[in-house]
Design a protein around this ligand. Structure first.
Ligand code: BGC
Length: 768
């Protein structure tokens, strides 16, 4: 595979200016800090193709639904993460000509994302239409320490002339979402002000009243001396700018430092927003660029200490995993239970920045192993706080008795998705939300959430499954009709194996939780039973469904069948499909996709991944070999699950191939869609591919199980995980495995099927 970005362990490097790749690079070089983020747009004007994006976590807009044909039950709106004030803007004019890379000759263009220290740097030489040549270097970052702060250092050097330079730092809130349903703008201006060297905008969303204040302070130096040039102020609706006029000599170095704070009414009182934002921005300016940059590098050093994965001997694999971990840490920090992880993080508008099942099915394992428990617990709490809305949603669809259907896509708990085959039918998402509780309890051993809030969630989801299953007289079994499984290239199918499986698993797990609470927190259980009006009859029904659920399978092939009738399809393998058909979602009509046997993402295999302990290796292998060959991996969430299962069954070549695909999905633009944004949630899947796949990590009966294998292409691999108070540094190669316990807490381990107790600060070495 050709790599457009240079291979490097710690940096993503783009060399040469390729305007046709600009939107892809804008996604790849995105910055964020969990509180806000942005695409890598240029500071100066750019008239070429670009998707502008600045986002503030949790600030969204309910954009009125637009569909071809309205169906009863559709949501009224689609919540969108908002493109908000463009705070990076710095327009440059040289002898009256605007610097615009689409309109001048560009040389030595380089963009570098420094993942070790957390900043983005861009440099180039440009010759304008009047022959003036300049050199520009810009460096910017979004502070990991000061959530609201973003900083830019923008340096310009005239290379072959002396003359007039106009520098215009600005804030522009007159922005749109490119996916706005009715071409509307979503912001209103409340107030603004601009002074020499400073300015602010206070805006409010047209609906929901989110207020955002953006404050800039800037200063200019020439050859390292602060100057006070002539300033012209400019303002218009939702826009403030301040132009500095400078006469400079050839080879002078002119630098503008821009210090910006972005605050929102989600965290501060509206009446205090302007004052607080000004203070934050002014404090950043006082502390200065270099100090903030050092702070940033130190913060990233700490992050990497906890979450780095080191792969020796394979630079493309190393770069891939670091890029994924970097983006994950930029997207979600877990401090605020009202926030979640959108499939594109802060790197684009697609998917509305909302919450999907991705969080529970793919992201929670990453946060469980690399962050304190509170982070994953906050993700569970997020859903608990939205339980009422999930019950309302199910009620709207005709379910009763407190049954809950969590939305496919949501910001505040309300369903936003509006394609019937997903909104109403892709109900397996409910199961992933239940599974997250199991994952949390199984990994951390902390059962306090069960009585505190999780039982309520589990009971409501179980009530949904019990009502959604139908008893089929002809089969004398329970069936689940009219669903879409994880493989969205099949709609409205009956008995999707995965959905039937996770439905019954939820019922079983909820019964286990009832048992646990009965034995350990009986008073709390009776309180909850009263609150939920929970009757023993329900338990009888659930048991009946569990015992009598129908699971489609093909005896001859010894596999579980994705759904009823799957074998009626013409069976073609992906390897036999002419490459010009791929990706089928961009090349084929929808009906052709639906009629084909091709699978978008792990479906039966998703179930086998979750419930692996229930199947022997032969069964896993048969299903893997059958389904993998029919899977086009056109969801980013697919290759990671395939890596894990391939490693499990000893198909290491396939595991490695799938690993590269998941870890370099965006860097190598595998699915030809990185321009829309990076696949942030699948990045957690990449982490799972290494740790669960090659590391073989599982937690079984309170024991940490490890079965590492090293791909041939790697010399060694190491990763760190937090497990029940211990911090384990795990390193392996083809000959040995080392586990260093970096905390003073003992842990029980099973390594290559042998049990160990690893005491605090001890080292375990195992020959392979
Ligand atoms: C996948 C879904 C996923 C969504 C957001 C879709 O392409 O099929 O499983 O939830 O993307 O990542």
């Amino acid at each position: 595979m050709e790599h457009y970005y240079k291979l490097n362990e710690w940096n993503i490097i783009e060399q040469g200016f390729n305007s046709d790749k600009n939107e892809i690079s804008e996604s790849i070089f995105s910055l964020g800090n969990g509180y806000m983020g942005q695409r890598a747009n240029f500071e100066e004007e750019y008239s070429g193709t670009s998707l502008q994006g600045n986002y503030i976590a949790g600030v969204y807009y309910p954009d009125k639904t637009r569909v071809g044909w309205w169906k009863n039950g559709y949501p009224e709106y689609f919540a969108k993460v908002l493109n908000s004030t463009n705070w990076i803007g710095i327009d440059i004019k040289i002898n009256d000509i605007t610097l615009d890379l689409a309109k001048c000759t560009v040389k030595e263009f380089e963009r570098v994302l420094n993942m070790k220290k957390g900043y983005l740097q861009r440099s180039f030489k440009a010759t304008l239409s009047n022959g003036n040549e300049i050199e520009v270097t810009s460096k910017r970052f979004i502070s990991m320490i000061r959530g609201e702060i973003g900083v830019i250092k923008y340096a310009i050097k005239p290379l072959n002339f002396s003359g007039k330079l106009e520098i215009t730092p600005y804030l522009d809130g007159d922005v749109m979402n490119s996916d706005s349903n009715y071409d509307e703008k979503f912001w209103d201006e409340i107030s603004k002000e601009v002074n020499p060297y400073a300015g602010y905008l206070l805006l409010k969303t047209k609906k929901l009243d989110f207020h955002i204040c953006t404050y800039m302070n800037y200063e200019i130096t020439v050859n390292d001396k602060i100057i006070k040039p002539v300033i012209a102020l400019n303002q218009s609706e939702k826009y403030v700018a301040s132009t500095a006029l400078i006469y400079c000599n050839e080879n002078d170095e002119v630098i503008i430092y821009k210090y910006v704070a972005n605050t929102s009414s989600r965290y501060y009182d509206i009446s205090k927003l302007v004052r607080i934002t000004k203070e934050l921005s002014s404090k950043a300016k006082k502390d200065g660029f270099e100090m903030l940059l050092k702070e940033q590098a130190d913060a990233w050093k700490e992050k990497w200490k906890e979450s780095d994965i080191v792969i020796e001997g394979d630079i493309s694999a190393q770069q891939g995993i670091r890029f994924n971990i970097f983006q994950l840490n930029q997207t979600y920090t877990g401090e605020d239970h009202r926030l979640n992880i959108g499939p594109k993080g802060f790197t684009g508008e697609k998917y509305g920045g909302s919450t999907y099942w991705d969080t529970e099915a793919y992201c929670i394992p990453f946060y469980l192993s690399t962050s304190e428990e509170k982070v994953s617990k906050n993700l569970l709490l997020y859903r608990y706080k939205q339980l009422d809305k999930a019950i309302e949603n199910a009620t709207k669809l005709g379910f009763t008795n407190g049954a809950a259907l969590y939305p496919m896509v949501t910001m505040n708990g309300e369903e936003c998705h509006n394609e019937w085959e997903i909104t109403f039918e892709e109900i397996h998402r409910n199961g992933a939300i239940a599974y997250a509780t199991y994952n949390y309890v199984n990994y951390t051993g902390d059962k306090s959430c069960l009585g505190e809030f999780s039982f309520e969630v589990l009971a409501a989801i179980s009530r949904f499954w019990a009502q959604r299953a139908t008893f089929s007289k002809s089969r004398n079994k329970y069936v689940i009709l009219g669903v879409t499984g994880p493989n969205e290239y099949e709609n409205n199918v009956n008995n999707n194996w995965y959905t039937n499986r996770i439905a019954c698993w939820t019922l079983t797990y909820t019964l286990e939780v009832i048992n646990y609470l009965n034995q350990n927190e009986p008073e709390r259980l009776s309180e909850l039973n009263k609150k939920l009006n929970f009757k023993d009859d329900e338990i009888i029904t659930w048991k009946n469904i569990i015992e009598n659920m129908y699971y489609p399978c093909n005896e001859e092939l010894g596999i579980f069948l994705q759904q009823d009738g799957y074998m009626d399809k013409e069976q073609i393998l992906v390897k036999d499909l002419d490459k010009k058909n791929l990706p089928i979602n961009q090349k084929w009509s929808w009906d052709r996709i639906l009629r084909s046997c091709f699978i978008k993402q792990a479906d039966v295999l998703q179930g086998i991944y979750l419930f692996e302990q229930d199947y022997n290796t032969d069964t896993i292998k048969r299903n893997f070999d059958f389904y993998e060959q029919r899977t086009v991996h056109e969801s980013s969430l697919s290759p990671c699950i395939h890596t894990i299962l391939a490693a499990k069954i000893g198909n290491y070549d396939k595991a490695y191939e799938m690993y590269l695909r998941t870890s370099r999905l965006d860097l190598d633009n595998y699915n030809n869609d990185t321009k829309d944004g990076c696949h942030s949630t699948s990045m957690a899947g990449t982490w799972m591919a290494v740790v669960h796949g090659f590391g073989g990590l599982r937690v079984i009966d309170n024991k940490l199980v490890l079965n590492p294998i090293i791909p041939d292409h790697w010399k060694s691999c190491s990763f760190k995980i937090i497990f029940r108070g211990a911090l384990l540094n795990i390193k392996f190669n083809a000959d040995f495995l080392q586990i260093q316990n970096e905390k003073d807490v003992a842990v029980d381990l099973s390594v290559y099927k042998k049990d160990y107790r690893l005491n605090g600060n001890d080292l375990l070495e195992v020959k392979i």
